[in-house]
Design a protein around this ligand. Structure first.
Ligand code: GDP
Length: 203
């Protein structure tokens, strides 16, 4: 049974001060349009758990989903949305940074990057924010169906090479359209929760 399959909507917050207390959560982060909502829906095997939406207002919400057994999944606002003013974008980057650096119950981060444009500046900034947390990042190179098999392998190798020095990082190809890569993500996240439950003090 996949860890994401029983996900139910839990709550939405707009401010860090309103984050609900949780024991353990994994967060999904990515540039606006990277395919984050599609990935969440694919993993949960639902069509509209996370809203595939292009309205800037929506990008400000932090959505929590209950996975059962005191485990949560967090859909963070997409960054880099082109059509909001620079000041608003900067504000959200700072907010995401604070969440990534201070959220105690965050046990691991899933980062979604379009496999045709991985590791853009804001992606690198998010990784930098999270680097000292000593917690793992798992990267989904999304929309991999848009690349040839050769290009997929080249991109995967390139991103692995670029992040060779990053502590606790793993990287995979993913396609919501073809539903490929889901088992790999499920395995990683299941291990994160299991490790935390075995040894809660180290997380
Ligand atoms: P978000 O802004 O990161 O939540 O991105 P969305 O999930 O809303 O996806 C952005 C766009 O990319 C939408 O038009 C999706 O249909 C498309 N998309 C998402 N995942 C895939 C995929 O795996 N393959 C293809 N070909 N398109 C995708």
């Amino acid at each position: 049974m996949s860890i994401f399959k029983n996900a139910t909507f839990y709550t939405t917050v707009n401010h860090l001060k309103d984050l609900p207390p949780t024991r353990a959560e994994v967060a999904f982060v990515g540039r606006s349009n990277a395919g984050k909502s599609s990935a969440i829906n694919t993993l949960a095997n639902r069509t509209r758990l996370a809203f595939v939406s292009k309205t800037p207002g929506r990008t400000q919400h932090i959505n929590f989903f209950d996975l059962g057994s005191e485990r949560f999944m967090v859909d963070l606002p997409g960054y880099g949305y082109a059509e909001v003013p620079e000041a608003v974008r900067a504000h959200w980057v700072q907010l995401l940074g604070r969440y990534l650096q201070t959220r105690e119950s965050l046990i691991g981060l899933i980062m979604i990057m379009d496999s045709r444009r991985p590791l853009l500046e804001l992606d690198r900034q998010m990784l930098a924010f999270f680097r000292n947390s000593d917690r793992p990042v798992h990267i989904l190179l999304s929309k991999s169906d848009k690349l040839s098999r050769n290009e997929q392998q080249q991109t995967l190798s390139m991103v692995k090479r670029e992040l060779a020095d990053y502590p606790h990082v793993s990287i995979q190809l993913f396609s919501s359209l073809k539903k490929t890569g889901t088992e790999e993500v499920e395995k990683v996240v299941t291990q994160w929760f299991a490790a935390m439950e075995e040894d809660p003090d180290t997380e």
